[in-house]
Design a protein around this ligand. Structure first.
Ligand code: ZN
Length: 413
């Protein structure tokens, strides 16, 4: 069955499904506002989505998981604290005991290790030190009418992010403007430690130790890097993905379209902004998706608004995780059928839920439509239903539906 052939007699059109998406996003934002991972608003939003999905699926459930939401972004102030303390030790080292510079290097090492493991690798290093909460994933299944031979999982995330203070205050590059000097300070302090330990010239070490003070305002600014008291509404990031996944099931069900051998799953993940914890929990809870003999693929639909920047990610997790080229192809081909040449590229920074799937060995890719600068609304209070671009939603919905039908017929190649 071709997607194109279903359009002629569709009772529920793609345009209807686009309206459903826009209304659904608006409704969730109006009812529950910001949805921090593990909070009541995230849960209630998921319960509302679950109720809606019942009409379009054979089975729908919410699976809970434990999470320490504040751990993920804590690497920012922790790294800043390590740098400031390291600078302090260098001052002592340059005046009294140069061995103190070894402690300084150890602190810098600890800050960098935290940054790499939490942010670049999404490891749960700081998690045990933060409050544990419960979040959930909503999973809606439209079953195959016959034997299940293929499975496609379409995922958005329901939680929203804490506001990135400097992106909001200083614009697109605001967070980099603040992080840049702090990273320069880290390098300078490491150099100061090395000079203190290795050089015989005490004067230079003392001068450099004094110079470290210049970076303290940058370290201080890191404490406000994310504002945990103000979470954003996340209409675009990522209720757009949730409702596009939901709209695919709506289109199929309301037009009486069933696949004989392909199961279609819409997943509304929790805790993406807490370090893709929901999708990680999902694949930990479902090892069968890796080995039940059903050809399974995963598509993360994330932050759909800026058509000119639409992209398919073949590398995720700041380039550390490879997604599946065949799934990228499926999306690219679907785009071409709808007159679009979508670039296949690496995510510039951060991660989508597709990384969890790829790490679990499930062929995966992500489709995103956001200015990678990043956009001014990215993780700020500007991410509201007022800025939804329905035309872009409709295009990605078409692409996703096209990919689902193609996958049902041909699998991934
Ligand atoms: Zn986000």
């Amino acid at each position: 069955m071709k997607f194109q052939d279903t359009l002629i007699n569709a009772k529920t059109t793609v345009k209807d499904c686009t309206d459903f998406t826009v209304n659904g996003i608006t409704n969730i934002c109006k009812l529950y506002g910001p949805r921090p991972c593990g909070e009541e608003s995230e849960k209630k939003a998921q319960e509302t989505m679950l109720r809606e999905l019942k009409a379009f699926s054979d089975e729908v459930r919410r699976e809970t998981f434990k999470v320490n939401p504040d751990a993920f972004m804590s690497f920012v102030p922790i790294a800043g604290t390590c740098c400031a303390a390291a600078a302090g030790l260098n001052v002592i080292a340059s005046h009294k005991n140069k061995k103190a510079a070894l402690g300084s290097l150890a602190l810098i090492g600890a800050g960098v290790a935290g940054m790499v493991s939490e942010f670049l690798l999404y490891k749960k290093v700081y998690d045990p030190f933060f409050k544990e909460k419960e979040s959930g994933n909503v999973i809606a299944v439209k079953k195959a009418t016959g034997e299940t031979k293929r499975r496609i999982i379409l995922a958005g995330h329901t939680d929203s992010a804490p506001e990135w203070t400097y992106t909001y205050k200083l614009g697109s590059h605001g967070s980099f403007i603040v992080a840049g000097p702090a990273l320069a300070g880290l390098a300078y302090t490491a150099a100061t430690s090395a000079v203190t330990l290795l050089s015989k010239n005490k004067k230079t070490a003392k001068k450099m130790a004094l110079g470290q003070l210049a970076f303290f305002p940058a370290y201080g600014a890191l404490y406000k890097f994310t504002n945990n008291k103000r979470y954003v509404e996340g209409a675009i990031d990522n209720l757009s993905g949730c409702y596009i996944a939901s709209a695919v099931l709506k289109y199929l069900t309301e037009n009486n379209i069933s696949f004989k051998n392909t199961e279609v799953i819409a997943m509304m993940a929790g805790g993406e902004e807490a370090g893709i914890r929901g999708s990680k929990a999902f694949f930990e809870a479902h090892p069968e998706y890796q080995n039940d003999g059903v050809e399974t693929v995963f598509i993360s639909i994330d932050t759909i608004r800026d058509e000119e920047y639409m992209a398919i990610y073949n590398k995720d997790m700041t380039g550390m995780v490879k997604n599946d080229e065949r799934v990228c192809n499926l999306l690219k081909k679907a785009g071409e059928k709808h007159g679009m040449t979508i670039p296949v590229t690496a995510i510039p920074l951060g991660s989508t839920d597709a990384a969890s799937a790829s790490q679990a060995g499930i062929p995966a890719a992500a489709i995103v439509a956001m200015d990678p600068a990043p956009a001014k609304y990215y993780h700020t209070r500007l991410d509201t239903p007022e800025i939804i671009v329905p035309e872009c939603i409709e295009k990605v919905l078409n692409i996703t539906l096209e990919a689902v039908f193609d996958f049902d017929e041909n699998g991934i190649q």
